[in-house]
Write a new protein. Sequence first.
Length: 302
Amino acid sequence: MNIAITGANSSAGNILLRHLAERGDIQVVACVRSARAMANLPASPSISARAIDYADRDGLAATLGGAGCVVHLAGILVESPASSYQTANVDATQAVVDACRKAGVRRIVLVSVLGADPTSPNRYWRSKGRAERIVSESGLSGAIIRTGILLGPGMAGARAVVHAASQPAVTLLGGGRHSIRPLDVDDLSRAILRCCEGSAPGVAVYELVGPEPAAYRDVVARTAALMDRHVSIRSLPVWLARLGAALSGWRRQGGMTPTVIDVITSSEVVHENADAELGVLLTPLSATLEKLLPSQVKVAHP
Ligand SMILES: NC(=O)c1ccc[n+]([C@@H]2O[C@H](COP(=O)([O-])OP(=O)(O)OC[C@H]3O[C@@H](n4cnc5c(N)ncnc54)[C@H](OP(=O)(O)O)[C@@H]3O)[C@@H](O)[C@H]2O)c1
């Protein structure tokens, strides 16, 4: 099988590439936006890296052509002057879908987020909902995998947990009382591969989260315990954080906006986890947290 990955240098993409490199039977085209990103991709005889420009529809189609499935991973939660929800989440998805159709690629897998909804008042969830709609209405077959916080070495969410757990005291939004269902990014990789290998027509939507709901503060405390540490957790009211973010938002574009705060403090609720349907055996949360501990953290804080 041939797979092309767009946004291959994302944290999830890097881990997916490592999974694919271990399989000899899949050839991968890893698409990124810069030579610098290309240089940092995992090296393997089965992976060929390409620098792409999403605005170059012909070039993109030529790059994706020949893939049995395209995995679209490009997307952002935090905007910057260089990347907005519109460009990163919506326009990039449209470009990839258009290129798939032009190149005759029949299957696509989109990684989306719980809460994605094209009518959401929250700009992030709205943009992810619009990306989903582009894929659902594309005429391609494939899958949309909606997930919540992803945990794996190097992922932004994991870095935040490990950083908080490494402090003697930490202030969390709302005291970290919201409930999360962290998904091990290795499990996401397995789910993506299952979806690539599928052949059913149409676009299936799966909600896939980790096996155990836990308050964010408990995830931080459990991570600290794994490092033989104790972290004292204080609370910053969410309304106050939103107000501060709204005021500082006048001076800069992107960063920690009220939109982002609403996303990262909302509880992750799933009615039916798709693990069984996708044939993915979920990694226990404790095992996922163990994987996040870099040995230098243990050494630095004996
Ligand atoms: N991390 C999570 O907890 C989580 C949870 C739910 C869903 N997801 C989704 O899973 C996917 C991967 O997440 P991740 O955390 O691994 O991503 P990430 O590490 O933050 O990487 C973001 C990717 O998006 C690309 N990108 C940024 N702006 C872009 C633009 N304007 N046009 C095209 N590409 C752009 C980046 O390319 P450059 O390096 O060139 O900027 C990079 O490849 C994303 O779609 C994300 O929304 C993630």
